[in-house]
Design a protein around this ligand. Structure first.
Ligand code: PGA
Length: 213
């Protein structure tokens, strides 16, 4: 279902700017998109991608970097122009860059068990731009499953901010069955910076998909 939403965005506007997310949840979505590309149903040649976040201190070729994840799961399998692939870095203003390329048409999001989106952890501030953040201990623990040792999980990351995400024209948040509790909480009418994803209640075009498979 998520891949159909992304495919129809690509087919409606062949030069769409797609905001992409990493993590376990979107793996199946990317697999479906690669399949649709191979079947000639979608074309990435004019597509631009901007990624939601990246660890600080990991090279793009590091197997746990989000760049590596995106290459392996989607980007190296489709006909995207390498110059149109963008990740946040410390060295440039990512929000300005996104504005210059026309803004995000569709932003894909996952959600953390603590309600984070991107690496926007529970906080007292609701609106912020792309910036370097310290990861919450619960996020470091959750992500340690991908590393040999919890000590090797980077302690900081660069993430699109809440304002960056909210500026996307369309948002699709996807969650697996393990996130049922947090999605139930999201469906309640509580909007608080302590629950970052709750800001999405204010977005005019946000779809939440809970996959119970
Ligand atoms: P997951 O992560 O898809 O690996 O569960 C989502 C997130 O923490 O944002």
């Amino acid at each position: 279902m998520t891949s159909s939403i992304i495919a129809s965005q690509i087919n409606k506007k062949n030069d769409s700017v797609l905001g992409l997310a990493t993590g376990s949840t979107p793996v199946g979505t990317y697999r479906n998109l690669v399949e649709q590309y191979r079947n000639g149903q979608i074309d990435f040649s004019h597509i631009t991608t901007v990624n939601l976040d990246e660890y600080c201190g990991l090279e793009p070729k590091h197997p746990q970097s989000y760049r590596f994840f995106m290459d392996e799961n989607l980007l190296k399998h489709v006909n995207i122009n390498a110059e149109k692939i963008h990740f946040p870095t410390k060295n440039e203003n990512f929000d300005t860059k996104i504005q210059k390329i026309g803004g995000i048409d569709l932003q894909l999001l996952g959600i953390g068990h603590n309600g984070h989106i991107g690496f926007n952890e529970p906080d007292t501030v609701f609106y912020n731009n792309t910036r370097v953040v310290k990861l919450a201990p619960s996020t470091i623990n959750a992500n340690s499953r991908f590393f040999d040792d919890v000590a090797n999980v980077p302690k900081t990351a660069i993430t699109m901010g809440m304002s960056t995400i909210m500026a996307a024209r369309k948002i699709v948040l996807i969650a697996g069955a393990d996130k049922t509790e947090i999605i139930n909480k999201l469906s309640e009418d509580i909007v608080s910076p302590q629950f970052p994803a709750s800001i999405l209640h204010y977005h005019p075009d946000c779809t939440v998909i809970l996959s119970l498979e």
